[in-house]
Design a protein around this ligand. Structure first.
Ligand code: ADP
Length: 631
């Protein structure tokens, strides 16, 4: 290899390009002495570098020797700074040619020994005092098991100071904004139980962890010198950020239901594969990592683009936001691609663009979340308005029903009493009795219908549940006796001895429920028979009420519908009824924290089982207050 040409330091250029005068040699064993390195260079074994970086990959046992030759012109300042900008190096030695041609050595020691560096700074910087005119040779020996590339910079004093302050400011700002964004998202995710914020917080934590390790702060702060931690921490951070971002996107975009499960699987596979490949490429051969990063960055540009176009074309809501979610990765990926093509070479530009993109991204994601919140809040207000309108309408309806019932009851009472009067006045005339009976039966039927409508109305209006201590055993006996008094063809038997003396419930509603069940049993057993009501308390403290009859039964297909409003089976179409009783019964059971089920065999009879929870708060009639409205 040809010797690197000397770099002219003319002073008008505070940051001269190092290209063309920088050369390097890898010492795979790490045993090479300075004398041997000099000999290697003199015999032309060093490689010239095109850019300003030495990309060496990981060197678990070796070191890299880098040679500069600097030629200061008379007008140029004498003090210069040689800075090693980004990567974290384990060991660094600087050999500077002295006026007499000998070499003085400065040692950098292992892992940021601050005292031995020229300046208290995140990266390495050595002050060069180039008093002598003409070419000065400098050798740097860098050993690292964690470094990926070694970027060099050469500045005059004042430019270097500006650079150092600028970088501190930009990195400080980056971590500052990230910390604020993280705290905000973490707080929101806990307070609003919003998983979208949770994923955002995880994403920020992931990239912060990666940067904290990658930019050298991790061991600068003396946390650990452990190689594995140092090498894997950035990957773990990036993988974490990746997982969080993918789930963020899945959560953010309103995907079609059918697709969502498949997407979850795909997202999990992508993330697991990504993590495995990073681990593999670092464990098996760290040298393939640069290749992996370049190809991954290509994917990062194209996948979001294709996915966005696809989602937008299919009309999925927020499809375009896909690109927003991946924005800095696309910027970073483009930079990496540009770097691999030699279009971007300055570490400083690269770093700044990356930090800016990351900060911009977190702010953007936050804006997206807030925008979504605003939209959800708008929807909530709209819904509340619609609910209040519906409630108002229901109240009107309910009022109308009550008015109608009241108005109809009076004429009904007049018809009933007058028909009784008519029957009494004509008690000798037997022919009128059947008509009077028919009139009274119809009146009773109409009254029953009105009663049921009113019960349903009561259930759907406010303040429907008025719990108080109830003696359920006594209530059951009373209702059974009442229903028994209306029939001679049926025998109602009750077993309610094991019930607690008092339970918490709404006695009025429980009465409606028991009456419905027993009257149905009577009603739908036209040939008479036994009706057995059993009430018990089970091991878990639930109350079970069974009503069994030997009536017409219910066909299997109808069993799932009998609790619906106005549903009636084909078998009973000729019998009087409106299909509201079981609907009301189920609602009452639910208000008591329970439910109702039915087993039946057509032509043999039915068994209705009601479960009630004693502790009403377990029921689904009440909802725990919640802040959750963002998801
Ligand atoms: P209704 O009795 O007014 O028709 P319900 O809601 O009480 O209304 O009952 C709904 C339907 O369920 C009834 O029409 C009937 O077909 C069926 N059903 C209810 N209870 C029984 C029972 N004990 N035996 C057979 N069928 C029943």
């Amino acid at each position: 290899m040809a010797h690197a040409t000397a770099l002219g330091l003319d002073g008008s250029n505070g940051h001269p390009s190092l290209a063309g005068h920088l050369s390097w040699l890898i010492d795979p064993t790490g045993q090479m002495t300075f004398k041997q390195a000099l000999e290697q260079n003199n015999s032309g074994h060093f490689f010239s570098v095109k850019g300003e970086d030495v990309a060496l990959g990981f060197l678990p046992n070796g070191a890299v020797w880098v040679h500069f030759s600097l030629n200061r012109e008379a007008s140029a300042p004498t003090v210069w700074w040689l800075a090693i900008l980004l990567d974290t190096l384990d060991h660094i030695d600087l050999y500077i040619e002295q006026p007499d041609g000998s070499f003085g050595v400065k040692h950098g020691g292992r892992v940021f020994p601050l005292a031995q560096r020229e300046l208290d700074w995140r990266a390495y910087a050595f002050q060069l005092d180039l008093k002598r005119q003409g070419v000065c040779n400098i050798y740097v020996r860098a050993a690292s098991i964690g470094a990926f590339r070694i970027p060099f910079g050469l500045w005059v004093d004042k430019d270097f100071e500006r650079y150092r302050t600028g970088e501190n400011f930009s990195i400080g700002m980056f971590f500052g904004v990230m910390c604020v964004a993280f705290l905000l998202s973490a707080f929101r995710s806990l307070y609003y139980r919003s998983s979208l914020d949770g994923f955002n917080a995880l994403y920020i934590l992931g990239i912060e962890t990666a940067n904290f390790a990658m930019f050298g702060y991790f061991h600068q702060t003396g946390l650990s010198e452990n190689f594995l931690l140092r090498a894997y921490l950035p990957s773990i951070g990036v993988a974490l950020a990746c997982i969080a971002l993918i789930w963020f996107v899945l959560k953010l975009i309103v995907w079609p239901n059918l697709l969502i499960r498949r997407l979850n699987v795909i997202a999990s596979i992508i993330t697991i594969t990504y993590v495995l490949i990073v681990i593999l490429s670092m464990t098996v051969s760290p040298r393939i990592l640069p290749m992996w990063i370049v190809s991954l960055s290509g994917l990062m540009v194209f996948v979001p683009l294709v996915a966005t176009l696809w989602a937008t074309r299919r009309g999925w809501q927020y499809g375009r936001l896909f690109i927003v979610a991946f924005f800095p990765h696309i910027v970073l990926a483009l930079l990496i691609q540009a770097g691999s093509l030699g279009l971007v070479s300055g570490t400083w530009e690269f770093l700044n663009a990356y930090l800016l993109a990351a900060v911009f991204h977190v702010v953007l994601l936050f804006a997206v979340i807030l925008n979504r919140d605003a939209e959800l809040k708008r929807m909530k207000i709209e819904l509340e308005w619609q609910i209040s309108r519906l409630n108002e309408e229901m109240n009107h309806q309910s009022l109308f029903l009550r008015m109608l019932t009241h108005e109809v009851r009076t004429p009904l009472a007049i018809i009933d009493s007058n028909s009784q009067l008519l029957a009494m006045q004509n008690h000798e005339n037997n022919s009128i009795a059947p008509q009077v009976a028919q009139i009274r039966a119809s009146v009773a039927q109409l009254s029953e219908l009105l009663n049921r409508c009113l019960s349903q109305d009561r259930l759907t209006s406010f303040n429907l549940f008025e719990p108080s201590p109830v003696d359920l055993g006594e209530l059951i006996t009373t209702v059974a006796a009442e229903v028994q008094s209306k029939t001679e063809d049926h025998l109602i038997t009750c077993h309610a001895e094991n019930l607690p003396k008092s339970i918490t419930g709404d006695a009025g509603l429980l009465k409606i429920m028991l009456t419905n069940l027993l009257e149905n049993a009577v009603h739908y057993s036209p040939d008479g028979g036994n009706i057995i009501l059993t009430a018990n308390i089970d091991m878990t403290g639930k109350i079970l009420i069974d009503v069994c009859d030997e009536g017409v039964g219910i066909e299997e297909a109808a069993l799932k519908s009998i609790f619906e409003c106005y549903y009636r089976t084909q078998q009973v179409e000729s019998a009087v009824g409106v299909g509201l009783g079981l609907y009301i019964t189920k609602k009452i059971a639910q208000l008591h924290g329970g439910d109702i089920v039915c087993e039946s065999v057509l032509g043999e009879g039915s068994r209705f089982r009601v479960t009630l929870t004693q502790d009403r708060s377990l029921g689904n009639g009440q909802h725990a207050p919640s802040h959750r409205y963002f998801e």
